[in-house]
Design a protein around this ligand. Structure first.
Ligand SMILES: [Zn+2]
Length: 434
């Protein structure tokens, strides 16, 4: 048993409480006590605000290797956009082997952990050798990612990705071969095998990740939907990130991507749409009707020139939004939250936009995006400081210049609007510090 005695605690209602001790037994929060009742061997954390561990719901760890390298114009491709960036990303993916997948993933997860993320949803799509040949162990690279998460001490949901083609009627390009399985059954068998191999590991679970409607034909989407139904596992899909993807989906299926996913049976409460940047109102209505989530990745969407999250329209419909660091260009959860509200303000031409009825500002819902919505998107129990919740916790430095002198009642908003990952001091995953 451990008892943490921080100066302040952020409660599930995003209000700060004083004189609360947090008891942890076997990786879970078992009691919230009055600090005066805490035993003498409690771990005192003066000058700390204890907050729930933050959830990075969408990551491609290896893309961290693109930092800096992609921030220049290639004279051969003067019009630089998502699609030219993707060629650089494919080149980085082609160069990886099992050892470098483990090393780059571990470096990313360690940095994420230091930035306050205690859980990562790794959307893992590099599966086979560069020419597409399977390794002797078909899940070799997924196991390398799992080993990296264990070494970094971060909770992992490995979202095993299905990928089949470059586009309608097109075989995979050379840079895409190692992402692709020979058949949807081969892919589903790898999901089952991976799930079996991590069963019993309390910090690793698995989910389905049909990559996108551009990377998969309709029969694959339908087969994955059938397999996922009743499994209880999360399903993550990139959709509506780029206008070209929508045009191609309309040309191939007569449906926009989110409408197609619904027609294939893939849209439900376990589903998370990554980006949804260019979703129209009908698609957003569908997400709300099906109880699906959206994962926004604002720092990456900015870096790639993807566009704007339709945040105000998502909030108006009550669609749960989680955040992801995606390309891991930046690992700062508070920046993702600030960017989301900031973009909504720029679009609306006013302040305090993402405010739900009965609330006086956006802070509470943005904290939910970083915590409980991320957990929900990844099929995890919850991410809050409450009895019964996993003891995934982060201690922020109240004396840091970014938030020093902020009155207690304003701290939840100040951390989001004025703070950064530099506030993070200690963190625990299932009650354990690295
Ligand atoms: Zn992604």
């Amino acid at each position: 048993m451990t008892v943490l005695l921080p100066e302040l605690v952020l409660g599930p209602d995003a209000r700060v409480r004083e004189r609360v001790a947090v008891e942890v037994v076997a990786g879970r929060i078992t009691r919230l006590l009055d600090a005066r009742d805490a035993s003498e061997d409690a771990l005192a954390l003066p000058g700390r605000l204890l907050v729930p561990g933050l959830v990075n719901a969408h990551s491609h760890a290896f893309q961290r290797a693109l930092r800096g390298r992609v921030e220049r114009v290639d004279p051969e491709h003067p019009f630089d956009d998502f699609w030219t960036w993707r060629e650089e990303m494919f080149a980085a993916a082609t160069a990886l082997d099992p050892d470098s997948v483990r090393r780059t993933s571990e470096a990313c997860f360690r940095e994420a952990r230091a930035a306050g993320y205690t859980t990562v949803g790794e959307f893992h799509y590099i599966h086979h050798q560069p020419d597409g040949t399977q390794y002797d162990e078909p899940n070799e690279l997924a196991h390398a990612v799992c080993d990296a998460a264990r070494a970094a001490g971060i909770r992992l949901v490995l979202l095993q990705t299905a990928y089949a083609r470059a586009g309608r009627g097109l075989p995979p390009s050379p840079g895409q071969r190692r992402f692709c399985d020979a058949s949807v059954d081969a892919y589903l068998a790898r999901v089952d095998a991976l799930r079996e191999s991590v069963a019993g590991d309390p910090l690793i679970t698995v989910g389905y990740a049909p990559h996108s409607v551009r990377a998969l034909p309709r029969d694959w989407l339908e087969a994955i939907a059938r397999h996922a139904a009743g499994s209880g596992l999360p399903v993550h899909v990139h959709a509506d990130e780029q206008p070209r993807e929508i045009d191609e989906s309309l040309a191939e299926h007569g449906l926009r991507p989110i409408a197609l996913l619904d027609a294939c049976g893939l849209l439900g409460p376990k589903t998370t749409i990554i980006h949804a940047t260019h979703a129209d109102d009908d698609e957003l209505d569908l997400l709300a009707e099906r109880g699906a989530s959206v994962c926004a990745c604002p720092t990456t969407e900015a870096n790639l020139g993807d566009g704007f999250l339709p945040a105000a329209r998502l909030w108006a419909r009550g669609v749960p939004v989680a955040f992801g660091a995606d390309s891991n260009t930046r690992l700062d959860p508070f920046e993702e939250a600030r960017e989301t509200e900031g973009l909504a303000r720029r679009q609306a031409g006013r302040r305090n936009v993402l405010v739900r009825a009965g609330e006086d500002g956006p802070a509470r819902s943005l904290w939910e995006c970083l915590t409980v919505n991320g957990a929900r998107a990844l099929g995890l129990e919850t991410a809050e400081i409450a009895v019964g919740a996993p003891a995934d916790l982060v201690a922020l430095d109240l004396d840091h210049p970014e938030i020093s002198d902020v009155p207690v009642e304003h701290l939840p908003a100040a951390v989001l609007f004025s703070g950064s990952s530099a506030l993070v001091r200690e963190s625990w995953v299932a009650g354990t510090r690295p």
